[in-house]
Design a protein around this ligand. Sequence first.
Ligand SMILES: O=C(O)CCC(=O)C(=O)O
Length: 256
Amino acid sequence: MASRLRLSGENPNPRPRSNYTPDSNDAAREGAAEWKPEARREVTDLGDGSELVHVPRFVPREAAWEWFDYLDKRIPWARPTIRVFGRSAVQPRDICYVSDEGLTDLKYSGHQPHAHSWDEFPVLKDILKAVHEALPGSHFNSLLLNRYKTGSDYVSWHADDESLYGPTPEIASVTFGCEREFLLRKKPTRSQASPGSGEAARKRLKVSAPQQHSFLLKHGSLLVMRGYTQRDWQHSVPKRAKASSPRINLTFRQVL
Ligand SMILES: O=C(O)CCC(=O)C(=O)O
């Protein structure tokens, strides 16, 4: 029988019919009431005090689609203009920011997103509760939401190393919808960043190519970055021509 390799970005989880209507939170909230997160988790030790935890089936498939529909339709998504390397550019994905009151404002790439209240989005409180239960000891008080409408939307290499998160932030990332590749690479050391010139420098670069990891983040999955991951590593979600449907990603953080 003919079989074919599934490519990253193709959706292996065709969506079931949704009970969601724009006037009601009920279907999305029922999903939260009825499940316990799956215990199976994969831990990756990145070395030097950095760690990743991946829970591929954190939210059951149907509940995850209810939440996807709620988030897709009810979140006031915006696509701001940011400054990157001295140039203005429209951010290549939709975003929204939610946080507790009275925290230090989030600002990145010259942009300060409006901080919405959790009370505006009861479903986000349900998801936050599930994340807190899965990660004992965590105290997330803010959330950056990302929506990648197509495979042309992406986030380039960066680290969430803003000082408002402290030196060892825990960041919990929940994915809904189209699966996309999430890449990690070790930040270049000083000598890699400015290797000098000549053969010796080139050889030095060759032997110390940055370490990389790749995760296929599926519908309903949870990925946690911990310890010194933001200090020592960068992450990205690259463009993928095959990713034809939207992906929503929630990154829970603690502002200190
Ligand atoms: O979409 C993702 O999985 C990553 C999002 C991200 O890197 C960020 O919000 O800083």
